[in-house]
Design a protein around this ligand. Structure first.
Ligand SMILES: O=C(O)C1=C[C@@H](OP(=O)(O)O)[C@@H](O)[C@H](O)C1
Ligand SMILES: C=C(OP(=O)(O)O)C(=O)O
Length: 410
C-alpha cells in the first residue's frame, strides 16, 4: 500500500446532532441548526420526532429549522439501530398523551434499554417493556420526575436519555447510578454542556449523581461540530499505511478529543494540531499498546484493527459494554481479525490482540458501521480484504466509501 495523503472533511457529529434535535423538540420555540449530520441514525431521529409532532424544515442554505409542537403527539417510532433514538426519545413519548410504540432492526432488539425505561417508570411514566425493543410507552402528557436510581454500566445513554428531558419533568430529576462504572463519560459531559447552552440548570452533583432542575429548555440556534470519532477512522489511515491525513478539528470541544488523539498517538500516529485542524502522520509501522478505551469505546474497532497490524500487538480494556453495541463488537472483532490471521482473545472487559501473518479475504461487517471502518483500515495494509457490506457505514456517514476512496484512492 502506498502512503496516504490528504484532507478529509468529516460530516457533523452524530451525538451532537441527536442531542440538538431532541433539545430543539423539547424547547420553548423554534431552533435553527447548522451542520447537522445527515445519515441513517439522524434521519430516523428526525422521523421519530416528527411522529411525536415536531416540525422540520430544510432550508436552501443547508440549515434545518426545528419547531416543537405545543404538546407531543403519540406515534410509532422506528429506531433502526440507533442507541440515541431508543434511549433519548422514550422520555419525549412519555410526555405525549397516548401510546407510542418503539420498534427497530433485529440488531437493535438485543441492545439493552431496560435501565433507561425502568428509570422513566421510577419518574412516573407507564411503559410496557421486557428490557429491549420492541416496547410501548403509555404517555399521559406529563412526567412527575424526582428521584431515580439506575444501573447505567451498560450505556452512558441511559443517563443522557434521562438528563436531556429532566427539565420537562414536573419535579425535575435527581438521578443516581449504582453499579459498575458508567462507560463513555465524555458523552454525558456533552449532554450537560448542551443543556447548559440552553439555560437548563443541570449538573453532575457527585461521582454518580446528577440533578436537573425543572424549567424550560431555551430554543437555541446551534452549529454542529464535525464527528471526531468518525474523523478518527480517516486519521487511522496514517499509522496503517504511512503518510499524513488532516481533518478539520474544533479548537475547543466537549467531544472526546483528548482520548481520540491519545489513542492514535499510542498506536504510532504523530499528532500535530493547528488552530482548527489535526494532522496525523505515520510511517506504516503501528505501535503495540495497552489501551483503556472506557472514555472512547467507539474507537475499539479501529484500534483493534491497528493492533493486529502492529508488531507487538496489545490489549484494549474498559469496553465490556460494547457487547451491546450495534453488534457484539468483541465477538465480531475476535471472529474477523481471527479469520484474517491475528490471534485475538476476548477478556471480561476487552480484547487481547496478538499479531499474526495476516491474509486477505471477506471481512464481515456484522451490520455495524464501526466494523466496516475497521475492515477498511485493515485493508490498507493487508491486500485482498473485502467488506461484505460497506452499506453498514451509512448509519453515521452517508458516503463513507466516497470519503475513503477520496483519501486512499481505491
Ligand atoms: O450518547 C451518545 O451519543 C453516545 C454514547 C456512547 O454510548 P455508550 O455509553 O453505550 O458507549 C457511544 O458509544 C455512542 O456511540 C454515542
Ligand atoms: C455505539 C454506537 O452507536 P449508538 O449511538 O447506536 O449506541 C456507535 O456509534 O459506535
Amino acid at each position: 500500500m502506498s502512503p496516504v495523503s490528504g484532507t478529509v472533511v468529516v460530516p457533523g457529529s452524530k451525538s451532537a446532532t441527536a442531542r440538538a434535535y431532541v433539545l430543539a423538540a423539547l424547547a420553548d420555540g423554534p431552533s435553527r441548526l447548522t451542520g447537522v449530520l445527515d445519515a441513517r441514525d439522524t434521519r430516523l431521529m428526525r422521523a421519530a420526532l416528527e411522529a411525536l409532532g415536531v416540525g422540520f424544515r430544510d432550508d436552501p442554505d443547508g440549515t434545518v429549522l426545528v419547531s416543537p409542537p405545543a404538546a407531543f403527539t403519540p406515534g410509532a417510532v422506528e429506531v433502526g439501530q440507533a442507541g440515541t433514538i431508543m434511549r433519548f426519545v422514550p422520555a419525549l413519548a412519555a410526555l405525549a398523551d397516548g401510546t407510542t410504540t418503539f420498534t427497530g432492526d433485529p440488531e437493535a432488539e438485543v441492545r439493552p434499554v431496560g435501565p433507561l425505561l425502568d428509570g422513566l417508570v421510577q419518574a412516573g411514566a407507564t411503559i410496557d417493556h421486557g428490557g429491549a425493543i420492541p416496547f410501548t410507552v403509555h404517555g399521559t402528557g406529563a412526567v412527575p420526575g424526582g428521584d431515580v436510581t439506575i444501573d447505567a454500566s451498560g450505556s452512558s445513554q441511559f443517563v443522557s436519555g434521562l438528563l436531556l428531558a429532566g427539565a420537562r419533568f414536573e419535579r425535575g430529576l435527581d438521578l443516581r447510578h449504582v453499579g459498575p462504572p458508567v462507560p463513555s463519560r465524555p458523552h454525558i459531559r456533552l449532554t450537560l454542556a448542551m443543556l447548559a447552552d440552553r439555560g437548563v440548570d443541570a449538573a453532575e452533583t457527585g461521582p454518580d449523581t446528577w440533578h436537573v432542575a425543572p424549567g424550560t429548555i431555551a430554543a437555541r440556534d446551534d452549529v454542529i461540530e464535525p464527528d471526531l470519532v468518525n474523523a478518527a477512522v480517516f486519521l487511522a489511515a496514517a499509522p496503517a499505511a504511512g503518510g499524513s491525513v488532516t481533518v478539520p478539528w474544533p479548537s475547543h470541544t466537549v467531544q472526546a478529543s483528548g482520548a481520540i488523539l491519545a489513542t492514535l498517538e499510542a498506536l504510532g500516529g504523530v499528532v500535530t494540531r493547528t488552530p482548527g485542524s489535526v494532522t496525523v502522520t505515520g510511517t506504516g509501522a503501528v505501535s503495540g499498546a495497552d489501551l483503556d478505551l472506557s472514555e472512547a469505546s467507539e474507537l475499539t474497532c479501529i484500534a483493534a484493527a491497528l493492533l493486529a497490524l502492529s508488531r507487538d500487538g496489545g490489549r484494549i480494556r474498559g469496553v465490556g459494554h460494547i457487547r451491546g453495541h450495534e453488534t457484539d463488537r468483541l465477538a465480531a472483532l475476535e471472529a474477523e481479525l481471527g479469520a484474517r490471521g491475528a490471534e485475538v482473545r476476548q477478556t471480561e472487559d476487552g480484547l487481547i490482540v496478538a499479531p499474526g501473518a495476516l491474509t486477505g479475504g471477506t471481512w464481515r461487517t456484522h451490520a455495524d458501521h464501526r466494523m466496516a471502518h475497521a475492515g477498511a483500515v485493515l485493508g490498507l495494509a493487508v491486500p485482498g480484504v473485502e467488506l461484505d457490506d460497506v452499506g453498514a457505514s451509512t448509519k453515521t456517514m452517508a458516503d463513507f466509501p466516497g470519503l475513503w476512496s477520496g483519501l486512499v484512492g481505491a
